[in-house]
Structures are given as C-alpha cells and as structure tokens.
Unconditional design. Sequence first.
Length: 123
Amino acid sequence: MMSVMPTWTILGGGYQSYLKGDYRAAYKEWMPLAELGDAEAQYNIGVLFDEGAGVDQDLVAAADWYHRAGEQGFMDAQTNLGIMYYHGQGIDRNHQEASKWFRMAADQGDPEARRYLDLMSSD
C-alpha cells in the first residue's frame, strides 16, 4: 500500500527557510509544488508576492495565487482574496466577489472572514 506524504512534510523545507527569513529559498522550494497544483504551496507563493518577501511585491500575482488556492478550498487563501477584493488591492474592488470569498472561508470557520462579512453587512 502506497502512502501519501503529508503536505506539511513536503513543504517543510520551505517553511524552515521562511521562518529563517530566507524568502528566496522558500520561493524556490514552493514554486514547483504550486505549479503542480498544491493549494498550500499556491497560498504560500501568494503570501510571498503579497508581502514582497523574496520577490518583488506584486499584488496581481498574489491575487492570482490566492485564487488558485482558494478555488481548491484553501481557507486562508479565500480570506486573503476576499480582503484584496474588498480593498481593491491588485484587483478591482468588488464587494460582491469579496463577500463570495469571505463566505467560503467563514463557512470553514475563519473568524477574520466572519468579521469582514459582519462589517460588510453593516455598510
């Protein structure tokens, strides 16, 4: 019987690099996995572009990577993408899209997404 390696094990080297502040090394370790469709790696690449950590800050690229991970149900990516739509960062401001992504994340239990939904309902 073949076992599947947990994602955290695959991404572990990238996390170690990230925690040490070696963002370029984290990028190099995560990008091949992100390109293969790993949602957690896609989210992590989005964070690097969002923060400009180890790469030039590129909010358009960050939104793209968050979208890829969010489509696969990765909660943190959904929240971050909702925030980008809410504020119009890297993508056009769109509260309907923001609400859609916040709802997906809130349904998985993300308290930040829930706070944004509450904020939007009071606008």
